[in-house]
Ligand binder design. Structure first.
Ligand code: SAH
Length: 457
């Protein structure tokens, strides 16, 4: 039972035992049924907390002292874990994280989806859950005349310097440090957001984990970079495998990182990388999965659930740069992908060509508008794949699926709550959820991805 009226008040100290973990890694404890969310607390733990905020139906607390620690509590390996906020679960053993994510998926499917008897497989984790990210995007600031590059301290605009990030590929750490010190050497000033002055706003590093190719993006306030030629020369000489150096100019007062103008300073516009045996061209602005190793696991599962024989027509709604479409095209008769961002569709077409895949066609538009139009034109999917953003599938798209009746729907989800909501809709209209496979794409964060097999009854 959840209570609406708070049995405790702000600034009170209480001792509680945590029952659960939220998707953003906070512990959940209930006082007479009233839920309190406390960052850094783990299920099973008893702790003294201070109540810091009361809202209607729930509240927030701060961890003061752990009285009985969880068996999964460990010392975070990162020295700046608490200041940064990029990871939420480093204080929990990896094994503990995987079982908490499994429980989260199972609970949400039952509570929101009313789906009881479905197999939720154990979460597929990484053998080595560190250093997995292929992209770093770090703000640059100044401290005592020198440049700092790292992250914004939580709830502030102060930039903390970061030499190393344990979930980032080593090469990206190296690139960011190197580019920072080269820029410093040549007197490049960091952008100052208060005064709206200075040059360098962000350094971005991308790395092809299979190809080992590196891309560097300098995000600047001004088009001009002092000593640009010398800076580029030194970057090229000191960073192995750099294939592309790009500048994007962002003149605005904004939190948005990228500007509108992007130009190649040196080398190619693209670097390349692989997911499985499919090759991808990645530009500075392209979306590309940040953990390609686990993406391969996730999409191979999607391929397995699609059970393709070579005769099927497949629709990939929310196709992005066509990653899943191209994976499936290898085993399907024809794949149609739809995606709302035009640049992503340009990438998808380029990637199809790059891999000599001719049975995948892509369209720009809203899935909920394009797919019904296709259906009217007589395009009928045997298998529908959806990989929507966090808010889940559009209602119109679900209606179209129900009308079109593909025999299988493969749902790739980054948010178990909207997944459960959408499964409930499909279950009410003749579909049955068969299997759920969670995959840990972002170790040490609260996120969990799932791939789900749904079949027409
Ligand atoms: N499978 C893709 C990633 C999907 S992420 C890949 O691997 O590249 C979800 C995608 O849905 C994003 O690319 C987003 O731009 C797109 N999107 C969001 N709303 C949409 C809509 N209404 N119709 C089609 N695509 C949409």
């Amino acid at each position: 039972m959840t209570k609406e009226i708070a049995p405790i008040a702000k600034n009170e100290f209480v001792t509680v035992t945590f029952e659960d973990l939220t998707h953003d890694g906070a512990g959940v404890a209930k006082i007479d049924g009233f839920p309190l969310f406390v960052p850094q607390a783990l299920p099973g733990e008893t702790a003294k907390i201070k109540v810091i905020k009361i809202k209607k139906g729930y509240g927030f607390g701060r961890l003061i002292e752990i009285i009985e620690p969880s068996q999964h509590r460990i010392e975070p390996i990162c020295p700046i874990y608490k200041q940064c906020g990029g990871c939420q679960l480093q204080h929990m053993s990896y094994e503990g994280q995987l079982s908490a994510k499994h429980k989260q998926v199972t609970d949400v499917l039952t509570r929101i989806g009313h789906i009881e008897n479905v197999t939720v497989h154990p979460v597929i984790g990484m053998n080595d859950p560190w250093r997995y990210r292929n992209k770093a995007q770090v703000p640059v600031g100044e401290r005592e005349g020198g440049l700092v590059a790292g992250f914004y301290q939580q709830r502030s605009h102060e930039i903390i310097n970061m030499e190393s990030c344990d979930i980032q590929h080593e090469q990206n750490d190296f690139v960011v440090q190197k580019v920072k010190s080269i820029c410093e050497k040549y007197g490049v000033r960091a952008y100052d957001e208060k005064k709206h002055r200075g040059t360098l706003r962000h350094i971005m590093a991308r790395y092809g984990q299979v190809t080992k190719e590196a891309m560097i993006v300098l995000i600047t306030k001004t088009a001009d970079i002092p000593q640009r030629k010398k800076i580029i020369k030194e970057i090229v000489e000191s960073i192995p495998n750099v294939k592309s150096i790009v500048q994007t100019v962002n003149t605005k007062r904004t939190n948005v990182i990228f500007g509108d103008d992007t130009s190649v300073l040196w080398g190619n516009e693209y670097i390349y990388d692989y997911i499985g045996n499919i090759k991808f061209a990645i530009s500075a602005r392209s979306f590309f999965q940040v953990n390609p190793e686990q993406t391969k696991v996730l999409y191979n599962k999607a391929l397995e659930y699609a059970e393709l024989t070579g005769e099927e027509t497949v629709i990939d709604a929310y196709c992005g740069i066509g990653t899943i479409s191209l994976f499936l095209a290898q085993k399907a008769k024809q794949v149609y992908g739809v995606e709302i961002v035009p640049e992503a569709i340009e990438d998808a077409n380029r990637n199809a060509q790059l891999n000599d895949i001719s049975n995948a066609e892509f369209a720009v538009g809203k899935a909920e508008e394009v797919i019904p139009a296709w259906y009217e034109q007589g395009i009928h999917a045997d298998v529908m794949v959806v990989d929507p953003p966090r808010k889940g599938c559009d209602e119109e798209l679900l209606k179209t699926i129900i009308d079109m009746k593909p025999k299988r729907v493969v749902y790739v989800s980054c948010n178990p709550a909207t997944l459960a909501r959408d499964l409930r809709v499909l279950e009410a209209e003749g579909y049955e959820t068969k299997e759920v496979q969670p995959v840990d794409m972002f170790p040490h964060t609260g996120h969990v991805e799932c791939v789900v097999l749904i079949e027409l009854k």
